[in-house]
Design a binder for this molecule. Sequence first.
Ligand SMILES: Nc1ncnc2c1ncn2[C@@H]1O[C@H](COP(=O)(O)OP(=O)(O)OP(=O)(O)O)[C@@H](O)[C@H]1O
Ligand SMILES: [Mg+2]
Length: 474
Amino acid sequence: MNPLRSVGARLGLALAVVVAAALVLVDLIVVPSLERNLVNSKLSQLREAAPSIGSQLLNSSSFALDDNIQAASDSADARVVYFTVLTWSPPKLTVYADSSPVTSADVENDPLVLRAFADFPHLVSGTVTSGGQRYAEVADPLFGGPVVLLRAPLRDSLQTIHLVRRRLVVAGLIALAASLLVGQLAASMFARRLRRLERAADRIAGGDFGASVEDPGKDEVGQLAAAFERMRQRLAQLENARREFIANASHELRTPLFSLGGFLELMADEDLDPATQAEFMATMREQVARLTKLATDLLDLSRLDAGRLTVRREHVDLSALAEVLADEFRAVALSSGHELELENGIETAALGDEERALQIGRILVENALIHTPAGTPVRIRTARQNGSALLTVEDEGPGIPAEHAGQVFERFYRVEGSVASGSGLGLAIARELAELMGGSVDLHTVPGRTVFALALPAEAISREKGRVAEPSLQ
Ligand SMILES: Nc1ncnc2c1ncn2[C@@H]1O[C@H](COP(=O)(O)OP(=O)(O)OP(=O)(O)O)[C@@H](O)[C@H]1O
Ligand SMILES: [Mg+2]
């Protein structure tokens, strides 16, 4: 593997680059400005001292000149040269006094003195290099012709700068090494935690949802681990639900198939009288109908799960729908000994899918007829309430015990002791379909009275025109 692909190497390298860049910046900006400051402060010291030294020397008698220039040199901490200009061009001068005389030539050729000639009679200051050394210099032309030159070596100041620079380089190198080390350590800690997460992700991808994903940190990696753990729990739940669904579905399919197989064998093996044959055929038809219903329900559920079941958003008049339901179930109700009543309210226009709303209505009415004893009434009602259009199916059967009421909407859930032999899918499909249409199916049940209510978003009513408005597209 390319060594630069590891987080540790990259982090260490990035830190090293930052430290190196900081060092270069300090060397290019901070050190020169420090140097400038030191030189400028030396020059301003000399500029301040020059006029008073000049006037002192101007007023000195020739006997006291050497003593005075020495005293001035000590107080200004600089070499003091007092001279006069003989000719301007070429520059020629006579030195009256020099606190540390070397030769007059080094003063004559001093670039600052040459500038003093050019700028006469103004004070000039700057740095000069002489004999490999840098000096701060001030040349002050005095009234009447003589010039006082102050020259202070910058060696000490520059040495300080060099010392600072050397220390900075050493400190920088230490910081560089430390940053590489810290970067490597921090990254290897992160990398270890990330590798643990990677292993957990591989485990989950392989279908092993058993071990939880843990990370003690509260930082981003810790948050990522917590997100992984939530994902693992959800996937484990879905996997359980899937397994349960397959087990339930195969069980539900096996029962009628088993029964059909048995009848087929009986009919093939035995000589049956026509009456028994007809009875067997009727039972087989029932089983086939049950299988067909089960297959349709399972298909609906799988489409709902895959998000492939689309519903329309159209005008549905629940009152008209209730009439269709009543007509459809009148004969069944009669045969099961139930009295089917219809009470239609007003303004029951809803937005939804007519075919799916009818499917929900059928599930609810069928339940009311199947799960209640003969002789009890079943009422279909429609109404408008709190912005919803309602279709309720009410019966006077035994009701659903409170401990089961919350679960009857789960797939394959049947209340124990139910007389009828359904698959427990009807209410699950009804609720999921209603929610897909932006509505709901709710249950209110007490012994002797059970109400299932389908609520769909009510269609807006145009009061001026006194009719139901077109559904808004927004
Ligand atoms: N009106 C009702 N009165 C009493 N119990 C009911 C009523 N409606 C539903 N139940 C109970 O709720 C359970 C779930 O109903 P659901 O319609 O989901 O399944 P099912 O009727 O058993 O089978 P199917 O899938 O054929 O509809 C039923 O088994 C029954 O025990
Ligand atoms: Mg049912």
